[in-house]
Structure formats: structure tokens, C-alpha cells
Design a protein around this ligand. Sequence first.
Ligand SMILES: Cc1cc2nc3c(=O)[nH]c(=O)nc-3n(C[C@H](O)[C@H](O)[C@H](O)COP(=O)(O)OP(=O)(O)OC[C@H]3O[C@@H](n4cnc5c(N)ncnc54)[C@H](O)[C@@H]3O)c2cc1C
Length: 503
Amino acid sequence: MLTKTTMPHAVIVGAGLGGLAAAIRLGARGYRVTVLDRLAVPGGRATVFKQDGFTFDAGPTIITAPFVLEELWQFAGRNFYDDVKLQALDPFYVIRFDDGSTFTCRADVKAMRDEVARISPDDVAGYDNFMRESEAIYKIGFEQLGHVPFPSIGSMAAIVPDLLKLKAWQSVHSHVASHVRHPKLRMALSFHPLFVGGNPFRATSVYSMIAYLERQFGVHCAIGGTGAIVQAMVKLIKSQGGDVICNADVAEITTDNGRATGVRMASGKLIKSEIVVSNACAAHTYTKLIAGGAQKRWTKRKMARARHSMSLFVWYFGTNMKFESVPHHTILMGPRYRGLIDDIFENKILADDMSLYLHRPTATDASLAPAGCDSFYVLSPVPNQDSNIDWMQMAETYRQRIAKRLDETIMSGFEKHVVTQRVMTPLNFEHDLLSYKGAAFGLEPVLTQSAWFRPHNKSEEFENLFLVGASTHPGAGVPGVISTARVLDLVVPPAEAFASAHA
Ligand SMILES: Cc1cc2nc3c(=O)[nH]c(=O)nc-3n(C[C@H](O)[C@H](O)[C@H](O)COP(=O)(O)OP(=O)(O)OC[C@H]3O[C@@H](n4cnc5c(N)ncnc54)[C@H](O)[C@@H]3O)c2cc1C
């Protein structure tokens, strides 16, 4: 029986959702857990900030696959719904095309088929086929492969038949286009990889599963904001006896003879541990936190050449009135689809046109703004820092362009009602969250950077080092990063076994 002094110590670098989920799992498995984050509050991209009476979720707002969170709580012997209230949304979101027409996504199968028929009656049969394939992809891609490690090339080879069956070499857009012809439907059914940093024209068609995931398990929001999930995770870790320490900047993951031995803080303090889990961006982990190590696979050169996801420009604002006609989630498509995506991902230029995601959580949860007010954020995918955009110069100009676009489309005259605001640019991703190249979602989700090809959850470079978070398997997004921590169950030894092996 382990005691507080004999329990193996796990240090977790980063209190993002992946790091917090890893802490809960390791705490439940008998490790003494310390989570360290350089920022002032936990949550990473899922942090929350309050300003002038408004509450803003900085990052994730769309909660899909809630069973992933339920399973995490169950693993720790708790019930997720005792700690967090989720609200199912209907409609899920409204897509507004550049000509002002809309496509409303909902859970109800008939409503969705009617919506498809309204745009293109000839595409209903193709849509049905697409949804059937989306389900088949989910059953393999999520249920079977989403939470298992890929420790060897052999384990990757073993899934090749599945990948062939799923036509995983196709992009999401090609997959959708093989089923429906209308350009608006092709857009509406293929844009989802952008939610996890993927280019719809390059992301593996495995991400077509998102359509089924949404329909089957719904689209939810957390009451009180996604920050309520972060707070509940921190509370759970503390109830297990773990620590979550903020303003704790890790300068180095210390190693000895090929083994991780703990961390050295920016203050110089050393913290020893039996295992280290890095929730920092994997590229940052391998190129900066253990930069002195002789990495074989994840060298600086390899990371520099890898494909990193796009970045984001996010404008948070509160208004002194309510905009009741604006739904909880709106996708505002710009005039170009492929051209804009190419400018963001391939040409790395800031285009004049834009597609936006507008979030109005107060449509569902009035507690996020003062009475009679609305809390918003609007997000624009932009190139990562491989571009030469000077965001110090550009931020205000770009914010104004976004404001103009909102004004011209669904929020006429809104700007005079803005009473509080803040922006987040790729510079924040790069310098605050320490994301390599300011990528908002880590390594881009393409087939050649998936499963075995992604940085492994059990480091292939150092013993006792583990990685979780968006740049590891299975990848970005709330269900994705929570699942990266689930993979740890299969690669981190139980605390008792670890302690006796190292006694
Ligand atoms: C604006 C935005 C909107 C999004 N919307 C959605 C959505 O609606 N639905 C969805 O499912 N997903 C969404 N996502 C994606 C999702 O939020 C992320 O994939 C996920 O939160 C990333 O979690 P992570 O575990 O990788 O950790 P991160 O959030 O990246 O956290 C890593 C943490 O590590 C810390 N850290 C790094 N280096 C160090 C160091 N040296 N020392 C100490 N600490 C360190 C950082 O401070 C950070 O807190 C969105 C992302 C963004 C940015």
C-alpha cells in the first residue's frame, strides 16, 4: 500500500484540458500529482476571463462527445453531472453563406434532410450516404483508434486495412464532394476540420466523423461557460490530493541517461519526479524544454518542417444591449472557400475576405453578461506565424475589418453598443501559450501526422516522459485532448508497479 511519501510523483507541465485530464487519471491511479502552468489561471486555450462584468471563454465553446468527459469523471469515481451542467443546443449552429442564405444544423434527422432538400433536392440521397459513412468512420476512427497508443510502426501497419476501408487518404472535402454536388452543401458538410486546426482540403476524411458525432451525441455548452469544466477539473484534482500551481513557468524537463527526472523552473528551482507529462505544445516540448537532449525523431529540423495548424484572430466583446436575432453559434462564410483556405494554410497571407465564427453564449446562458447585455466572441482563422504578418501593426486594422463584416451581415449598427473588448492574435498563441509558430491547434491533422506519425503519448525519445494535448494522438479539440490523457492508461504503469520497480 502506497503512502503519501511512497507514492510516485507525476509532474504535469501545463494545465490545459489535456494536462488536467492527465492529472485526474494519474491521481486516480495512485500518483502524487503536481500540475504546473506558466499562466495566471488554469485552462490553457480553455481559459476564461472576466472583464467589466462580462465572462468570456477564451477558446472552446462547442462541446461534442460529452461521454468523453463522463468517462473521465467515472474513472475518478465521480459523476460529471454532479460538477458541471451541460446544455444541449438546438439548433447546433447556423451557417450563413455570403449571399445571405442559411443552412441550419440540427440534431433531428428529418430536419437536416429537409434542410439539405431545401438547398438541393437531388443531394438528399447523397447526404444520407455521407451520414452512413460518417457513422462507420466514427465507429472505427473514434471508438477503436481514438484512445489507443501507436507505439510502433507495426501498430500503424495493423490499422492500414481500416484506413483503406475508411478511404482515409481522401480529404474531408473530397469525401463530401463524392456524395453531394451543391457547393453550399459541400461547404456546410466539410468545414468541420477547421474546428481542430485542419484544412478541409487536406485533413484526412477520418474527420468526416464529426458530422455523425454531432448528430448522435449533440452539440452542448457548459452553463457558466467552458471555464466551468476547467474549474471542476481543478477541484477534482485537488480532492484527489493533487496540486495545480499557476504562475509556474517550466524552463526545462530535466533528463538523466535518457530518462526524464523532473523539471527545472524558470526561477531555477528543481522539482524531482518519477514521471513527467508534458501538456505543452509537443514541438515546444521537444525543441525548447528538452532542447539539450539528443532527440532522434523529433529534431528541431523535423519540427520546423512539419505542418502546423493555422492560427486564429479572436475578438471578444460585450455589448450594452441584446442582439436576440443572433444565434448561439453562427458560421459566416465568406465569398471564397478553397481560395481563402489556401491563403490561410498554404500561401500564408492575410486575405481581404474572411470567414468567421460568431459566438453569442448569452443566447443560452444569461449569467455570462450583466442584465440586458450580450457577451460575444468572433473568431477568424488566419495564417500561423510562418507568415510575415506584423500583428502588432495589424491587429486593430483587422479587428475593424471584422467589425465591418459583422455590421454588413448580421449585426447592423452593433459597434456603438460595444462596452468592453479584447483581442487575441497569433502573437498570444506564440508567446503566452508557447505554441510553436503560433499554431492555434498544434500539428495539423493530416494523415501523415496522425496516429504513429504524431508525437507519441509515451515519448519515443525519453523514458518516463509522456505527452498529452493537441499535438499528440489523437489530436486537438476538447474530445481529442481529453482522449490523449486516456491513452496514458495504456502506457503509464500503475503507481504500485512503478513504485516497486523503482524501489
Ligand atoms: C479560440 C479557440 C476556440 C476553440 N474552440 C473549440 C471548440 O469550440 N470545441 C472544441 O472541441 N475545441 C475547440 N478548440 C480547441 C481546443 O480548445 C484545444 O484543442 C484544447 O483546449 C487544447 O488543449 P491542450 O490540452 O492541448 O492544452 P492547451 O490549452 O494548449 O494548454 C497547454 C498549457 O501548457 C502551458 N504551458 C506551455 N508551456 C509551458 C511551460 N514551459 N511551463 C508551464 N506551462 C506551460 C500553457 O500555458 C497552457 O496553459 C478551440 C481552440 C481555440 C484556440
